[in-house]
Design a protein around this ligand. Structure first.
Ligand code: PHE
Length: 344
């Protein structure tokens, strides 16, 4: 036994390998299940106590040094393990890094923000998880207004007197602006909003809005109309016309919905504008005095207007996309269409 141990120690000490494959072969030969070192251990197990005392330590040393040698060999050949196979072809073209592009909704948001910045508006942001007060109560929604119904709103803590919920519009940010900013106020509020709606080509439970608010002394409906007209011409082209239709929102009085002239058929009627020549883009109105008062603004001295629009809808009109779901699925084939739209 002793001689065999010494022979193996010498043999293992002098081992040389050129590839990982050779190292693995050496490992199997000495340390594998039927390897030479393993075999000695099997013999050792059958020995009597005296003999075990004599060889135990030497055998362990053999095993440890064999393991250490295998590790050492592995380390020394690892770097050129490919020396066996073909060398890399340095003349091959590299893998190009693909440039990302901005999401179409981000492109539209930036355009709208840039236009209103030019008009002197600041950008305000607020929390997506809001309370009932900022989304409804302060905006003059009567207690039993249908929009508070579980149908439309994702409530987080229903049953609480001022429950937490996912904001259904960014008008909540306008309330926060009225509470904190000095008058006059001119802000736009871009952000993500949530409504409990069935997902279809025209609706989604998550979408994006930009809402705007202007409060000063003597602001009139004519100012609102002019702001929207200028915005529409910046956004959709200088020929664009707008029309306002009476509407209802709890927080504005009077309220209107705004259509822009269809820039595809120029008013003649096409399938995008469904033959009407007009496309609806936003809701707006004069801020209800109750809303001003709720945020501590003197409605006898100040007046203002507000407006809000859905970004996916505007992006759909701009790029004639017929299914809103494309904006959320992040299919690379769709997103790549906007590669050229990257602004530097
Ligand atoms: N908050 C309204 C909505 O989400 C949009 C709107 C904003 C309408 C401001 C009028 C004035 O539908």
């Amino acid at each position: 036994m002793r001689e065999e141990i010494e022979k193996l120690i010498a043999e293992i000490g002098g081992l040389k390998c050129r590839t990982l494959k050779e190292v693995e072969e050496a490992r199997v030969r000495f340390l594998g299940k039927k390897g030479e070192v393993t075999k000695l251990f099997d013999e050792f197990r059958a020995m009597d106590k005296e003999a075990k005392k004599e060889f135990g330590r030497a055998l362990n040393e053999l095993k440890n040094s064999a393991m250490a040698k295998i590790e050492e060999l592995k380390g020394s050949v690892a770097d050129d393990s490919s020396s066996d196979g073909p060398k890399a072809d340095l003349t091959m073209p590299g893998d190009p890094f693909e440039l990302g592009s901005r999401h179409p909704v981000s492109i539209v948001r930036q355009e709208i923000v840039d236009i209103f910045r030019k008009f002197g508006y600041d950008v305000a942001e607020g929390p997506e998880i809001e309370d009932d007060y900022h989304v409804f109560e302060a905006l003059n929604f009567p207690q039993n207004h249908p929009a508070r119904d579980m149908q439309d709103t994702f409530f987080i803590s229903a049953g609480h007197p001022n429950p937490l919920l996912l904001r259904t519009h960014t008008s909540s940010v306008q309330v926060r602006a009225m509470e904190t900013m000095k008058l006059p106020i001119r802000v736009i509020c871009p952000g993500r909003v949530f409504r409990n709606e069935a997902i279809s080509a025209r609706a989604h439970c998550i979408f994006h809005q930009v809402e705007g608010l202007y409060i000063d002394e003597g602001v009139t409906f004519a100012d609102l109309k002019q702001a929207i007209l200028l915005f529409a011409r910046e956004m959709f082209g200088p020929e664009t016309e707008i029309r306002m239709r009476p509407s209802y929102f709890p927080f504005t009085e009077p309220s209107a919905e705004v259509d822009v002239s269809c820039n595809i058929c120029h008013g003649k009627g096409c399938n995008i504008c469904k033959g009407t020549g007009w496309l609806e883009i936003l809701g707006c109105g004069m801020v209800d005095p109750n809303v001003l008062e709720a945020s501590g603004i003197d409605s006898t001295k100040y007046s203002g207007f507000a407006f809000g629009m859905g970004l996916e809808r505007i992006a759909m009109l701009k790029w004639r996309v017929n299914d809103l779901r494309h904006y959320f699925e992040n299919d690379m084939r769709f997103l790549k269409e906007f590669n050229t739209a990257v602004e530097v």
